[in-house]
Design a protein around this ligand. Structure first.
Ligand SMILES: Nc1nc2c(ncn2[C@@H]2O[C@H](COP(=O)(O)OP(=O)(O)O)[C@@H](O)[C@H]2O)c(=O)[nH]1
Ligand SMILES: [Mg+2]
Length: 303
């Protein structure tokens, strides 16, 4: 299977909801009337596209009808496609990682969003691209989290810096930066905890980790990657705002797009946040991470 077909397969659930319902809605209906607009609105909302995008889309369709540019319900899909690409294009900024010089990535996000898995997949991608990779077990809150990272490290050929459970994550990170100072020239990916006793504690811990990295290496972390679970829909948008404000996330990974019909949430994130989508996750396997391409993504959902 080619890359595009795999992406399409990964997005099946959202695609089914969107395309099937859209086709049903449009089928046989030549008139563009209020009842069709109402059904269209419902459909967009159920795919988690968000109220703003939905409103703008319907206004656009109405305007085009008025200007007689559009006279057939079947053309709605094309308008949707154009508007999706338009908004998603802004999010399309792949992470450029230099060769032969240290690059520090800090992964953040709530528990279960897919941080550790995404780190494993990224490490795999980077190794295949010829990078050296060092993984840092900064989620010291659970022993299983450290082991999980080690499993990935073994699988993709990346050493793991770790300490015991409950160690100070800042100390683990300090060790890792020590490796850079000793000459390590590759990509350092820091895993972090997603749940502490309170939200304030979590944010303080993440800020401390960031501070320690920056103190040891002034231009680092080079990327603060916020990992969001697409299946949580609207919640993911709220988390994104929080982590962007509190920690200064610089990019997003949207995971579990294969497990949800809420893939439209990426449109919503694009409308509400100025943050690039660096990668999308479409499965649990090593190769199930993709760079985000607005045209491919839209085509995989609608074509
Ligand atoms: N289907 C699917 N599952 C994923 C994806 N990314 C992560 N997961 C699963 O989500 C669960 C939580 O992931 P994990 O990396 O442990 O989350 P963390 O707590 O943020 O580190 C695991 O069972 C992963 O296999 C994805 O893109 N698709
Ligand atoms: Mg984890």
């Amino acid at each position: 299977m080619g890359l595009f077909d795999k992406l399409k397969a990964g997005l099946t659930k959202t695609r089914d909801v969107l395309t099937k319902n859209l086709d049903n809605l449009i089928f046989g209906k030549r008139v563009l009337d209020q009842s069709l607009y109402d059904e269209l609105e419902e459909l967009m909302i159920s795919a988690d596209m968000g109220p703003q995008f939905t409103y703008d889309l319907i206004e656009d369709v109405k305007q085009r009808v008025k200007r007689k540019e559009l006279d057939d319900a079947s053309q709605i899909k094309k308008v949707l496609q154009e508007r999706m690409i338009d908004i998603l294009k802004r999010m399309e900024k792949p992470l450029t990682i230099p060769q032969g010089r240290p690059f520090v990535i800090m992964a953040i996000g709530v528990n279960g969003s897919g941080k550790t898995t995404t780190i494993g997949k990224m490490a795999n991608m980077l190794r295949q691209g010829g990078h050296q990779v060092l993984l840092v077990a900064g989620d010291t809150f659970r022993a299983a989290a450290i082991e999980q990272l080690e499993v990935w490290g073994n699988r993709v050929g990346a050493p793991v810096i770790k300490q015991k459970m409950n160690a100070d994550p800042a100390a683990v990170v300090f060790d890792a930066i020590g490796r850079i100072k000793a000459g390590f020239n590759g990509v350092v990916i820091v895993d972090t905890a997603g749940r502490l006793h309170t939200r304030t504690n979590l944010m303080e811990e993440l800020k401390k980790v960031k501070r320690v990295i920056g103190k040891e290496m002034p231009d680092a972390p080079h990327e603060i990657l916020l990992v969001l679970d697409a299946t949580t829909g609207q919640n993911a948008v709220m988390q994104a705002k929080l982590f962007k404000e509190d920690i200064g996330a610089t990019g997003i990974v949207l995971t579990k797009l294969d497990g949800t019909s809420k893939g439209g949430v990426v449109v919503r994130i694009a409308g509400e946040l100025e943050l690039p989508v660096r990668f999308i996750g479409v499965g649990e396997g090593m190769d199930d991470l993709r760079t985000f391409d607005s045209r491919d993504f839209t085509a995989a959902l609608l074509d």
